[in-house]
Design a protein around this ligand. Structure first.
Ligand code: G1P
Length: 289
């Protein structure tokens, strides 16, 4: 079955970015001059997703405004004769068909996904966690859709992490079936290194079959007292296979300040209009030890 719908969870508090996120969504923080969530919407569109459902929460209006038309701004840019920016602003509002659902209580990722149930209906869907930004030649979700086409069941993105970092991720127990593809034998949310079944960590891209919604209702709060998607996936394993895919590309964890800074620097360096000058600037910085 073709994957038409993409869900983007954007309801979290963004506590790791306080005070910047006190009155603005963390998903609207810019990497250079583009908000994080726009990169994710662009990845979804470039992967062939036709309809996007963004899970938002109180205080997240800026996301809706970003993807809406802004006639006032368009008028001002037109008056100035700034055709380039005018076209870019219009393009953003035409990127995708987007609808928004509010998660009324932040009870965890699993709960945020369950909020999309009525809109997704009885079909498999793509899930994007915008903290994880992935740069790659072929969009990461597009790579995963190819794996889904071969196996016909849920696919989760994974990448190896340093063994001491397992407690920050969902970790899978893998059985490799082909290059970059593993059958998932089990999975656990945020295990300590000594309990982790491997160092393959779940990254924020999933293709999920709709059975996940019924299972999410059964899940009780797990790691961190939250309704965890990983726990519902473990229940799903009793019914269906799940595959993990080691995507090709570079992932940035923009949900924490250091990852955000790394992404900012690298994205700026790769910009044709800024890269050369910025590289020069970094070179001549006398970095103290
Ligand atoms: C979530 C998932 C976790 C996954 C991670 C990827 O955790 O629960 O399994 O490894 O995203 O970014 P969070 O980072 O929201 O705590």
């Amino acid at each position: 079955m073709k994957i038409r719908k993409g869900v983007i969870t954007a309801a979290g508090w963004g506590t790791r970015f306080l005070p910047a996120t006190k009155s603005q969504p963390k998903e609207m923080l810019p990497l250079v001059d583009k908000p994080i969530i726009q990169y994710v919407v662009e990845e979804a569109v470039a992967s062939g997703i036709e309809q996007i459902i963004i899970i938002t929460a109180l205080g997240k209006h800026a996301i809706e405004n970003h993807f809406d038309r802004s006639f006032d701004l368009e008028y001002a840019l037109k008056q100035k004769g700034d055709e380039k920016r005018l076209q870019e602003i219009k393009r953003i509002s035409e990127l995708a068909r987007i609808c928004y659902i509010r998660q009324k209580e932040q009870l965890g990722l699993g709960h945020a996904v369950s909020v999309a149930r009525d809109f997704v209906g009885d079909e498999p869907f793509a899930l994007f966690l915008p903290d994880d930004l992935i740069t790659s030649e072929v969009p990461a979700m597009k790579q995963m859709l190819q794996v889904y086409d071969s196996y016909g069941c849920s696919v989760i993105a994974v990448e190896p992490v340093a063994p001491e970092k397992t407690a920050a991720y969902g970790i899978i127990e893998p059985k490799q079936v082909e290059e970059r593809v593993h059958q998932v034998l089990s999975l656990v949310e945020k295990p300590n290194p000594e309990e982790a079944p491997s160092n393959l960590a779940i990254v924020g891209r999933y293709i999920l079959t709709p059975e996940i919604f019924t299972l999410l209702e059964k899940v009780v709060p797990g790691a961190g007292g939250e309704i965890q998607l990983t726990d519902a996936l473990r229940l799903l394993l009793d019914q269906q296979g799940i595959y993990a895919y080691q995507f090709q590309g570079t992932r940035y964890d923009t949900g924490e300040p250091l990852g955000f800074l790394k992404a900012s620097v690298e994205f700026a360096l790769s910009r044709p209009d800024l890269g050369t000058e910025f590289r020069e600037y970094l070179r001549q910085l006398q970095l103290p030890d």
